[in-house]
Design a protein around this ligand. Structure first.
Ligand code: PLP
Length: 445
């Protein structure tokens, strides 16, 4: 049978995350040890009260309202109002089974082409292309692969116009997957001002917003850069339960639409889209999420402990990589480190490695280390030096060997972080030794 699939969908491929997972399984099948830095899945135990509410509602099997449970929309609005010092109302919030589907829906329903910082999370590019939109990269600073200048924004916009594009959407993600960087307040302002001048709608993916350890919490959201505390007419924020609360599988995400006529229109369209596509997020998960997003003392403490542990683990990995001679920026949020093996380019060339994808495969097969190649995030192997031989290393699998350990040891670990006790992370030490062995191997070629 020919032409079964529409052209936009036939471009879709299995995510690179799955590809690396298959390589990991092959190493595992040989009974060899490996270090898993390939997956960005948060693995702390779910906060006890949140877990209890989920269990309490397991018999709640009815469909939820399309926009989400009223109490949850209120909880999300209040949480973000407190976090950002703004007045966000429950009516601006749409809840869905994960923020990924909301991002998909946004790209599908909004007009125009998309400006996206390079590097960016793996799913944006396929989502944009699937929506029949064109994507124009915004180049970022070579060192941290994150900071964006006004010039870079204007260059990207110009390139889009020259290519016959119609750039009307931009997306930013701070703290960022893959770089582990957060925008400074100044940088956030540069982006917001640019979007306002060009009338570009800004999507702010803030799924990692609570895992932010650069001490500049004021820079958390572009919404704070909008005039006089009133959210800009053209900023949509997304977030969810997956990262801070280690509950990716519960599938709860949200979007906050602007408080404006355009925002109301967008919200109406998103709800219609949701009603024809996913109907609503899971009922027990939504009830549990009301508790998770609460600003109660225990949830504030949980968020703080989680952030502290991610700060500790990513910073130790960063220090280790720096000591091994790699180019790497100090992480300031999320749970990623984004080193470049460029300093070992000559050695890599000698063993026939020319791309980040080849490097990632070599690390899995030869050294038992899984990390995602920069090319999965839009980096060009033949492009600027800054993007070459980058790997995204996720630290979220370095706490517990399996599910049982997660619940046996996890609460103590969170408690130790809360009390400022010394923290040992044996799996991180193993990761550092494996990386040191890999670099030794390179030095010897
Ligand atoms: C940057 C970023 N945005 C969005 C998501 C989607 O999360 P979810 O659909 O679980 O809310 C992820 C998950 O990996 C992510 O890393």
């Amino acid at each position: 049978m020919q032409n079964l699939i529409v052209p936009a969908a036939s471009q879709l491929q299995l995510s690179p995350t799955l590809e690396i997972n298959e390589a990991v399984e092959a190493v595992r099948a040989q009974g060899r040890k490996f270090v898993h830095l390939g997956f960005g899945e948060a693995t702390f135990p779910i906060q006890e009260k949140v877990l209890a509410v989920h269990a309490q509602y397991s018999r709640s099997t009815s469909y939820m309202p399309v926009a989400g449970l009223r109490a949850l929309r209120q909880s999300i609005a209040q949480f973000n109002s407190t976090r950002l010092g703004l007045d966000i109302s429950a009516d601006q919030v749409v809840v869905a089974p994960g923020s990924k589907v909301l991002l998909f829906a946004l790209f599908d329903v909004l007009q125009g082409d998309v400006l996206l910082p390079r590097p960016s999370w793996v799913s944006y590019e396929p989502q944009v292309k699937h929506a029949n939109k064109r994507l124009f990269w915004v180049e970022t600073d070579e060192e941290d692969r994150h900071t964006i200048t006004k010039q870079a924004l204007e260059d990207s916009y110009e390139a889009a116009i020259v290519a016959g594009g119609n750039p009307r959407i931009m997306l930013i993600n701070s703290p960022s997957n893959p770089t582990g960087q957060t925008f400074s307040a100044e940088n956030m302002k540069v982006v917001v001002d640019f979007c306002n001048v060009k009338q570009v709608l800004l999507i702010s993916d803030e799924i990692y917003s609570d895992i932010n350890f650069d001490g500049e919490s004021s820079s958390a959201s572009p919404l704070q850069q909008a005039d006089s505390g009133v959210p800009s007419a053209l900023i949509v924020m997304t977030g969810g339960l997956s990262k801070t609360y280690s509950a990716g599988g519960w599938r709860v995400g949200y979007a906050i639409c602007p408080k404006s006529e355009a925002g109301d229109q967008l919200l109406r369209v998103l709800l219609a889209y949701a009603s024809e596509c996913w109907s609503a997020a899971s009922s027990p998960s939504q009830h549990a999420a009301v508790e998770a997003f609460s600003t109660s003392e225990h949830m504030n403490q949980y968020r703080k402990s989680v952030s502290k542990l991610h700060a500790l683990c990513t910073t130790r990995l960063y220090e280790g990589l720096l000591a091994l001679g790699l180019r790497v920026a100090k992480p300031s949020g999320a749970f990623y480190v984004y080193p470049s093996f460029q300093p070992y380019a000559a050695q890599l060339a000698r063993i026939g490695i020319r791309t980040s994808s080849e490097l990632s495969k070599w690390l899995v097969n030869t050294c038992g280390i899984a990390a995602l190649p920069g090319s999965a995030f839009g980096e060009e192997d033949e492009g600027r030096i800054g993007g070459r031989f980058r790997l995204r290393m996720a630290t979220s699998y370095l706490y517990f060997a399996n599910q049982e350990e997660r619940y046996e040891k996890g609460y103590d670990l969170l408690e130790a972080a809360a009390q400022g006790r010394e923290i040992h992370l044996p799996m991180l030490d193993e990761a550092l030794s494996a990386l040191a062995a890999a670099v030794d191997r390179l030095k010897a070629v």
